[in-house]
Design a protein around this ligand. Structure first.
Ligand SMILES: CC(C)(COP(=O)(O)OP(=O)(O)OC[C@H]1O[C@@H](n2cnc3c(N)ncnc32)[C@H](O)[C@@H]1OP(=O)(O)O)[C@@H](O)C(=O)NCCC(=O)NCCS
Length: 156
């Protein structure tokens, strides 16, 4: 399997992957054409990594700077999405994407990496905690009524 930085020509594949393999994702963490274009038009602040089985995109993850208004710190990175094709799950692909993002951010001399997850998303929570993230906060109704988030940061 090949892992590489994604670019504008991958947008249609990312949207397909999200549509078929993360259909329950709430709207506030969903990626559309406009959001994806923003990522690729701002390479200093954002990036996306994809895993390919032959030519097929089977997993992707994105990161960006400008952590949300809920954190007072600036100049840190947020991992904003990781999605793996359902037929490829529990084979370490999510972990591979996550660790590649962290490696890329280290090259950018990042100081901190944050992310948020729904408290109902136990699989993702375990993935992140197993790979060096610690839970430091919980906020209710972050994106509206019932949209609670667990806040995590990369330890160290
Ligand atoms: C979360 C997600 C990215 C994990 O991808 P994955 O490729 O299956 O993850 P990995 O195989 O690398 O898992 C690594 C470890 O994380 C934990 N883990 C991952 N998914 C899990 C699940 N559903 N239940 C429990 N533990 C899980 C396990 O400890 C796993 O190791 P193991 O399989 O040896 O037990 C995938 O389930 C997904 O795409 N979900 C939908 C989108 C989403 O919710 N993304 C995260 C928030 S943006």
């Amino acid at each position: 399997m090949k892992i590489r930085q994604l670019c504008k020509s991958d947008i249609a594949s990312i949207i397909e992957l999200e549509k078929h393999h993360a259909p329950d994702k709430p709207h506030y963490v969903r990626y559309d054409q406009k959001t994806l274009l923003f990522i690729f038009d701002n390479p200093d602040d954002c990036g996306a990594i994809g895993l390919f089985d032959k030519e097929r995109l089977v997993g992707w993850g994105a990161y960006r700077t400008n952590w949300s208004k809920y954190n007072a710190e600036c100049g840190v990175y947020e991992i904003s999405s990781i999605v793996v094709d359902t037929t490829y799950r529990r084979q370490g692909l999510g972990e591979r994407i996550l660790n590649r993002i962290i490696d890329d951010l280290k090259k950018k001399k990042f100081t901190k990496v944050y992310l948020t997850v729904s408290p109902l998303n136990l699989g993702a929570l375990i993935l992140y905690v197993k790979n060096g993230f610690i839970i430091y906060d919980y906020k209710a109704n972050v994106y509206g009524e019932g949209a609670d988030r667990v806040f995590l940061k990369l330890a160290g």
